[in-house]
Ligand binder design. Structure first.
Ligand SMILES: C[S@@+](CC[C@H](N)C(=O)[O-])C[C@H]1O[C@@H](n2cnc3c(N)ncnc32)[C@H](O)[C@@H]1O
Length: 240
């Protein structure tokens, strides 16, 4: 799924690393408390897979598609504005479909309306492209069997699991979900969970008691439409 902060481009690199930790630990349960567009968990093999996110509309959209639900053919600008202003009047999956698939770059009602648009002179139907993308993801089959939950990550108390955390990055200022995200509490929770689970964290930087077990320089898109270089890393707690 096209998603703000998606790990789709690095999934082929980090999935084998996560998968090897599942094999070595012998854990039956894999948890992604910040699942977003599910671009990582869809490729993971585990006996039980749990995907959670605090965005209830995102989880409702995945559950709707898991049950074979359809997507709207088109979303007009008027409809987009109506849904954005009156979320409580619509079904949560529909708010998710409009908010994620009809906004630029999968930013939930944050990137602006992306119905028909023009990209360097080329006509684009972004809603159709984003819909095709998530429907293709459903057809690949990796979403089947995932147990979806609406949760703040701090509501989890995992034991004996492999947990992959992909929180909103520190530098993503203005990103709605990153607002009010307390980094100190996050890293303290990662230490706590690491005592009885295998915990891997995607971030650009971490406190000094975390070590990078994988890294790769990548191009990242930024809000103005440009690109910057960044080194994506996977961290685990050193225990010291
Ligand atoms: C970087 S995105 C995850 C992207 C995902 N790995 C992918 O490849 O599509 C971070 C996600 O964390 C969620 N989030 C932010 N704060 C959260 C919290 N306190 N608890 C749970 N989820 C949260 C956001 O809604 C967002 O979907």
């Amino acid at each position: 799924m096209v998603y703000m902060g998606s790990k789709a481009k690095i999934a082929d690199y980090i999935v084998p690393v996560i998968q090897s930790h599942i094999a070595v630990s012998g854990s039956r349960t894999y948890i992604e408390p910040f699942c977003g567009g599910c671009n990582v968990i869809e490729k993971i093999k585990a006996v039980n897979r749990v995907a959670a996110d605090k965005n209830e509309y995102l989880i409702a959209l995945f559950r709707h598609l898991q049950k074979g639900g359809k997507l709207p053919e088109t979303v007009s600008k008027d409809e987009y504005d109506r849904v954005r202003e009156n979320k409580e009047r619509f079904q949560p999956w529909y708010v998710g479909a409009v908010g994620f698939l009809a906004s630029f770059n999968g930013r939930f009602f944050d990137g602006g309306y992306a119905g028909i648009g023009y990209d360097r002179g080329r006509k684009r139907d972004y809603f159709r492209e984003n819909s095709d993308n998530i429907l293709k993801q459903m057809r690949r089959g990796g979403i089947a069997g995932i147990d979806f939950m609406v949760k703040d990550y701090r509501e989890f108390a995992p034991k004996g699991c492999v947990v992959y955390c992909d929180p909103p990055y520190e530098e993503t200022k203005g990103y709605e979900c990153a607002k009010g995200f307390d980094r100190a509490i996050f890293w303290e929770t990662m230490r706590e969970w690491s005592r009885s689970n295998t915990v891997l964290v995607s971030e650009l930087a971490a406190p000094s008691d975390f070590v990078a077990v994988w890294e790769k320089e990548t191009n990242r898109s930024i809000k103005a439409g440009g690109h910057s270089r960044a080194t994506e890393k996977l961290f685990v707690w050193s225990g010291k």
